[in-house]
Write a new protein. Structure first.
Length: 196
């Protein structure tokens, strides 16, 4: 199995509330990284994460906007603990990111939206192929279920059937009754189809 050379985070973005900032610090501490937190004059915060083994570090700058802290990050990471920590931060805090996992002969490109992987593409320099694509089947089914047009059509057809039955009950002419019966047959088939 190929060993990863590096991981690149391209325009990763995180938005945290003030209450979530201590959770971010705790999550970073659990990963056994050197951690420094700086609170700046304007209310912004900088979190510096450093890997003991390789001396590699990354700086997360959180800009305070209203009651939220926003961080946009582009970096290249080699050490596994830092890579794993960034992945967990993006996932846990529902961040958006494009992550390039670089191997000697190819790159796997992960697209995160709201903390979830929605697309994985393999790029070997000459070709790209989609390895995974999230399809929101449940969401599509819910939107179809919520369409009211079918229910409205069923109600309209039922009203038409009731009117036709009222008219049929008043008629005496067999030809007109046959015509109404034909219309009723058509309406009943359509109702059956829509209700199924």
């Amino acid at each position: 199995m190929a060993h990863r050379v590096a991981t690149e985070y391209v325009n990763a973005s995180l938005t945290l509330t003030e209450a979530e900032m201590p959770r971010l610090i705790t999550l970073c501490e659990i990963q056994q990284l050197k951690l420094q937190v700086f609170v700046l004059d304007n209310g912004n915060q900088e979190v510096v994460l450093e890997e003991d083994a390789g001396g590699e570090s990354i700086r997360l700058t959180f800009e305070r906007i209203n009651e939220e802290y926003r961080c946009t990050l582009t970096c290249r990471v080699v050490q596994p603990k830092l890579t794993n920590t960034l992945r967990k931060l993006v996932s846990f805090f529902k961040g958006d990111a494009i992550v390039n996992r670089i191997y000697p002969s190819y790159t796997m490109v992960y697209h995160y939206i709201r903390g979830a992987v929605v697309l994985i593409v393999e790029n070997n320099g000459t070709q790209t192929r989609t390895v995974f694509e999230h399809k929101d089947t449940l969401g599509r089914m819910e939107s179809q279920f919520n369409l009211c047009s079918v229910e409205e059509e069923i109600n309209r057809l039922r009203g038409s059937v009731n009117e036709l039955l009222d008219i049929r009950n008043q008629l005496k002419d067999p030809e007109q009754i046959a015509e109404i019966d034909l219309s009723l047959k058509y309406h009943s088939r359509l109702l059956f189809t829509l209700e199924a």
